[in-house]
Design a protein around this ligand. Structure first.
Ligand code: 3HC
Ligand code: NAI
Length: 693
C-alpha cells in the first residue's frame, strides 16, 4: 500500500507515498480508503488530513495504469472521493508543491483545503487528450467560477496557489511547511460543530453563461481542430450548471470516450516518451556527471550563434572562437539582433538582453578556450576542417573537457579518432534555428564515455532541449529517416503528383509543412550538394531527378524567391509555378512514365511508411534504443503531428500487419526496391505486435 497513516493530537494524517509524484495508482487508492476507514473507526480521531510525501501532494491519476485493468479496479478514484466526501469527520487537504489532475480532484472532495504558497495547481488532463474524470469539471467551477475553471481546464495550465487565494478553492494559503498549518486547521475543524462544507453543494452562477459558453465553443473548435479533448472539456464544464450528479454523468461519459482515442494514446505516449528519452539503457541514473560551467563554441555561423544562445539563456557563459574577426563580429551582431527582436516583442527585458550578452565573449585564439568544460564545434561540414579543429582541441583543451561536434552527416567515430581522448568526444546535433528547436540528437560514438553521455543529457535538460540518443550512422535518426520520406516525395512527382498536392495531403494529415515547402524553406541547394557527394560515395542510391532539375534552374527556395513554388517579397506563402509543374510533367515523359492520378491516401501512406520502415531498421540496428525515441525525434524536430504520436506509434495504431501489407503493394510499383521491409517490421507484423509493445 502506498499511503502512510499516523495519528497526531487527535488528527489522522494520511500521507500519499507513491514516488515520484504520488500518482493515484491502485495501491495508493486502497491506502487512502484504508486510512479513512481507520480514522473513522477510531474514536480518538476528530479530524483527518490528507497530504503527500516527497515532491508532490499528487500529480494525479497514475498515467501508467491507463487502459490497464488497474485503472478501473476498485476503489476507483471516484470511490475514494466518495469515501472522503462522505466522511463524518472533517477532512483537510494539505497541498504542497504540485496538486494536479486527480490529485486536485481528491483535494476538492475534502471539506477544506490548506495550500502552501507556490504550489502548482492544475487540471492538466487535456494535455493528455482526456478531461478531468473524477469530478474536476464539476467541482472546480463551483469554487473558482465558470470562466476561471473553464480556462484552467481547457488549457491545462498550472496556476500558483497564491493566485487562487481568496477563492473557495483554498481556506488558507500559507508560507512554509503546510502540514502543521493543516493539522492545526483540522484540529479546529474537529472541535467545531458540523456539518462541514462540501464543494458539490455549491452552485455555479454566471450572468451570461450561454453567451460565454458559445464563445468558448467557437474559440476552442477553431484552435483545437485535431484534438477532441478541449471541446469535450467545454461540454463537461458547461454541465456544471446542471445538478451535480447530472454534471458528473456527462463528465464521466466524456472521459470514457476520450481515454480510448488515438489522440489521447498519442499524447500520453509523447509525455512518457519525452521522459524515457533521457534514460539510456546501459547508463545508470546515478552515473557521475562532469561539471559544466563554461562552454566554448567553435564557429559563429548559423548554428554556432544559435547554439551559443541556448547556453546564454540558461545563464552559462560562452566563448565563441572563429578564424576571422569579421566572422565573430557578424556572429555576435546576429545574436544581439535576435535578442533585441525578442525584446521588441516584449518577450525579454532590455536588462535581460544585456545580462545575456554579458555572458558572451569571443576569441581568435584556442588559448582562451582551453579551460572550457564543454566545447561544441560548429564549423563547415567538411571532414578536413573537422580534423584540423579536433586535433587542435585535443592539443589545448584541459583534461576532462567534453569535445562535441554539431555535425549533421559526418562520422562521429572518425571525428573522435582525430583525438587521443575519444571517450570525451560526442555528437551534439542541434537543429536549425538552434535557439528555437527543441530537439537535440546526442550522437554516441563507439568510445563515448558513459559519464560524458550522462553529462550531455543533463546539460540538455538545463538548456531545455529534448535530447535523444542516436548511434552513429549516416544522418543519425532524424535525417536518415527523412531521406526515405523525401525520396518517396520525389517518386510521387515522377508518377503523377504535383508539389502542391503532396504538400497539402501530408499537411492535412497533420504535418506542419509538406516536403516541398520544407525544401524551399531549408534551401534545395543543401540536398543537391548532398546528392552530388553521394553520387560519388554511394552511386547506387536512387533519387527522382526532379529536385536536381529544379536546382539547375537556380530555384533554391525562399532564399532565391523561387523553389518548388514562387514567393513574393516579404511573403512566405507558396504560389504554385507553371514552369516547375511543366518541368515535372516533362520529366515523367522523358522517363516514359504515363502519369496517373495519385490519391491523397497513397501520398500519406508512402511518405509516412517510408519513415516507419527506416525507423524499424534504425531500431533493429540499435541506432535508437527504443521506438519512442524515434517518435520524440519526429515530434520535436520534424513537425510530425503530436496527435498521432510520431511515426512508430502511428504505425502501431494502424497495425503493423496493415503497414506491411501496404508496403508489399508499393514494392510492386515504381522504384519498388525502396520498399524492402525491415526484418523487424516483418517479424512484429507476423507476431501481431507493435514497436511500442
Ligand atoms: N502518473 C504517473 N507518473 C507520473 C505522473 C502521473 N500522473 N506524473 C509524473 N509522473 C512521473 C514521470 O513519468 C516521471 O517519471 P520518471 O522519473 O520515471 O521519468 C516523474 O514522475 C517525474 O516527472 P517529471 O520529470 O515531469 O517531473 P517534474 O518535477 O518536472 O514535474 C509534474 C512533475 C508537474 C507532476 C509533471 O510530471 C506533470 O505535469 N505530470 C503530469 C500530471 C498530469 O497530467 N496529471 C493528470 C493525470 S490524469 C488524471 O489525473 C485523470 C483524472 O482526472 C481521473
Ligand atoms: P555556417 O557556414 O553558417 O557557419 C560555419 C562557421 O564556421 C563560419 O562562420 C566559419 O567562419 C566558421 N569556421 C569554418 N572553419 C573554421 C575553423 N577552422 N575554425 C573556426 N571557425 C571556423 O555553417 P552552419 O550552417 O552553422 O553549420 C555548421 C555545422 O553545423 C556543420 O557541421 C553543419 O553540418 C551543422 N549543422 C547545420 C545545420 C543547419 O541547418 N545549418 C543543422 C544542424 C547541423
Amino acid at each position: 500500500m502506498t499511503a502512510q497513516y499516523q495519528v497526531q493530537d487527535g488528527v489522522a494524517v494520511i500521507t500519499l507515498d507513491n514516488p515520484p509524484v504520488n500518482g493515484l495508482g491502485h495501491s495508493t487508492r486502497l491506502g487512502i480508503v484504508e486510512g479513512m476507514t481507520r480514522a473513522l473507526d477510531d474514536e480518538a480521531v476528530k479530524a483527518i488530513v490528507i497530504t503527500g510525501a516527497g515532491k508532490a501532494f499528487s500529480g494525479g491519476a497514475d498515467i501508467r495504469e491507463f487502459n490497464t485493468p488497474k485503472a478501473t479496479q476498485e476503489p476507483t478514484l471516484h470511490s475514494v472521493i466518495k469515501v472522503v466526501e462522505g466522511s463524518t469527520k472533517p477532512v483537510v487537504a494539505a497541498i504542497h508543491t504540485v496538486a494536479m489532475g486527480g490529485g486536485l480532484e481528491l483535494a476538492l472532495g475534502c471539506n477544506y483545503r490548506v495550500a502552501a504558497k507556490g504550489a502548482q495547481i492544475a487540471l492538466p488532463e487535456v494535455k493528455l487528450g482526456i478531461l478531468p474524470g473524477a469530478g474536476g469539471t464539476q467541482r472546480l467551477p463551483r469554487v473558482i467560477g465558470l470562466e476561471a475553471a473553464l480556462n484552467m481546464i481547457v488549457s491545462g495550465t498550472a496556476v500558483p496557489s497564491e493566485k487562487l487565494a481568496g477563492t473557495k478553492l483554498f481556506d488558507e494559503v500559507v508560507e512554509g511547511d503546510v502540514l502543521p498549518a493543516a493539522i492545526q486547521f483540522a484540529k479546529n475543524a474537529g472541535n467545531a460543530a458540523g456539518p462541514h462544507p462540501k464543494v458539490r453543494d455549491l452552485k455555479v452562477r454566471h450572468e451570461n453563461a450561454d453567451g460565454f459558453l458559445a464563445f468558448a465553443r467557437n474559440t476552442v473548435s477553431a484552435v483545437a481542430k485535431n484534438f477532441p479533448a478541449p471541446l469535450k472539456c467545454v461540454e463537461a464544464v458547461a454541465a456544471s450548471l446542471k445538478s451535480f450528479d447530472e454534471g458528473l454523468k456527462i463528465e464521466r461519459a466524456g472521459f470514457m470516450e476520450l481515454v480510448t482515442t488515438p489522440e489521447s494514446r498519442a499524447l500520453r505516449h509523447a509525455f512518457f516518451g519525452e521522459r524515457a528519452a533521457s534514460k539510456i539503457p546501459d547508463v545508470p541514473s546515478d552515473t557521475p556527471v562532469r561539471k559544466i560551467e563554461k562552454v566554448a563554441v567553435i564557429g559563429a555561423g548559423t548554428m554556432g550563434g544559435g547554439i551559443s544562445m541556448n547556453f546564454l539563456n540558461a545563464g552559462i557563459p560562452v566563448i565563441v572562437l572563429e578564424t576571422k574577426q569579421e566572422a565573430l563580429d557578424r556572429g555576435v551582431a546576429t545574436i544581439r539582433r535576435n535578442y533585441e527582436n525578442s525584446a521588441k516583442k516584449g518577450k525579454l527585458t532590455a536588462e535581460k538582453v544585456e545580462q545575456r550578452m554579458g555572458l558572451l565573449s569571443t576569441t581568435l585564439s584556442y588559448d582562451e578556450i582551453k579551460d572550457a568544460d564543454l566545447v561544441i564545434e560548429a564549423v563547415f561540414e567538411e571532414m578536413g576542417v573537422k580534423e584540423t579543429v579536433f586535433k587542435k582541441l585535443d592539443e589545448v583543451m584541459k583534461p576532462g573537457a567534453i569535445l562535441a561536434s554539431n555535425t549533421s552527416t559526418l562520422d562521429v567515430n572518425k571525428i573522435a579518432s582525430f583525438t587521443k581522448r575519444p571517450q570525451d568526444v560526442v555528437g551534439m546535433h542541434f537543429f536549425s534555428p538552434a535557439n528555437v528547436m527543441k530537439l537535440l540528437e546526442v550522437v554516441r560514438g563507439e568510445k563515448t564515455g558513459k559519464d560524458v553521455l550522462a553529462t550531455v543529457m543533463q546539460v540538455a535538460k538545463k538548456i531545455k532541449k529534448t535530447a535523444v540518443v542516436s548511434g552513429v550512422c549516416d544522418g543519425f535518426i532524424g535525417n536518415r529517416m527523412i531521406e526515405q520520406y523525401s525520396r518517396q516525395a520525389g517518386y510521387l512527382l515522377d508518377e503523377g503528383a504535383l508539389p502542391e498536392q503532396v504538400d497539402k495531403a501530408i499537411e492535412k494529415f497533420g504535418f506542419a509543412m509538406g516536403p516541398f515547402r520544407m525544401g524551399d524553406l531549408a534551401g534545395n541547394d543543401i540536398g543537391w550538394a548532398i546528392r552530388k557527394r553521394r553520387a560519388v560515395d554511394k552511386p547506387d542510391i536512387q533519387y527522382s531527378k526532379t529536385a536536381d532539375l529544379l536546382c539547375e534552374l537556380g530555384r533554391f527556395g525562399q532564399k532565391t524567391g523561387a523553389g518548388w513554388y514562387d514567393y513574393k517579397p516579404g511573403d512566405r506563402k507558396p504560389y504554385p509555378n507553371q514552369q516547375v509543374n511543366d518541368m515535372i510533367v516533362q520529366h515523367s515523359k522523358d522517363l516514359g512514365i504515363t502519369r496517373r492520378k495519385i490519391s491523397d491516401e497513397e501520398i500519406v501512406e508512402r511518405l509516412v511508411y517510408a519513415l516507419v520502415n527506416e525507423g524499424a531498421k534504425i531500431l533493429e540496428e540499435g541506432i535508437a534504443s527504443k521506438a519512442s525515441d524515434i517518435d520524440m525525434v519526429y515530434l520535436t524536430g520534424y513537425g510530425f503531428p503530436i496527435f498521432r504520436g510520431g511515426p512508430m506509434l502511428y504505425a502501431d495504431q494502424v497495425g503493423l500487419y496493415n503497414v506491411a501489407l501496404a508496403m508489399s503493394r508499393y514494392a510492386k510499383g515504381y522504384h519498388g526496391e525502396a520498399w524492402q521491409p525491415a526484418p523487424l517490421l516483418t517479424k512484429l507484423a507476423a507476431e501481431g505486435k507493435g514497436f511500442n509493445g
